[in-house]
Design a protein around this ligand. Structure first.
Ligand SMILES: [Zn+2]
Length: 182
């Protein structure tokens, strides 16, 4: 392939990754802040895009649309660099935590549909293998999702308990508004 075409492809890849990063930072937030799925802490100014289900190696030699699709939100999370990124890449617990964030925000079924579509155009074995992996760990992924919701809820309650100044009001048994101090 000539240099010009390769350059165009790498530009498209760069644009896809930037768009995905913006989408995730905008949409996967709690109290306005994007979170790292591995440690559940805010990302702050640092975060690296990580391909979760299919890796670049899995789609080597596939049509460009398939190679680009692994950089879409359905396959990506943003994690802290260093320990979080390593855990996401190499440890089952980290992988499940990342899958759980995708399942929570994008849905479990859409991940399976996407793998089906990719399997069809790629004609490789890796998408099928990853489907088996997702289905095998579905319960864990959804349990992690449950855990995720729980942690977020806990943070919400905690944050709410900090918000009111001068106490919150509620109705007492007689219908009177009562101010309760925090
Ligand atoms: Zn982290």
């Amino acid at each position: 392939m000539d240099t010009h075409l390769l350059q165009e492809q790498s530009e498209r890849l760069k644009r896809q990754r930037e768009a995905t990063k913006r989408t995730i930072l905008r949409d996967r937030t709690f109290l306005g802040q994007p979170y790292c799925p591995v440690c559940m802490q805010p990302l702050g100014n640092q975060g690296e895009l990580h391909e979760v289900i299919l890796t670049r190696g899995d789609v080597r030699g596939c049509p460009e649309e398939v190679r680009l699709s692994i950089h879409a939100p359905i396959n990506c999370v943003i994690v802290h660099p260093g320990p979080c990124h390593l855990k996401a890449q190499h440890e089952l617990e980290g992988k499940l935590a990342c899958l759980s964030q995708i399942a929570f925000f994008e849905g479990f079924e859409p991940m399976i549909y996407w793998l089906n579509a990719v399997e069809h155009s790629a004609r490789g074995g890796s998408a099928l293998e990853k489907q088996y992996f997702l289905l095998r760990y579905r319960e864990e992924i959804e349990t992690y999702t449950g855990l995720y919701v729980l942690v977020l809820k806990q943070r919400e309650l905690f944050a709410n308990s900090l918000i009111p100044r001068g106490g919150v009001t509620h109705k007492d048994g007689a219908g009177q508004t009562v101010r309760k101090s925090c």
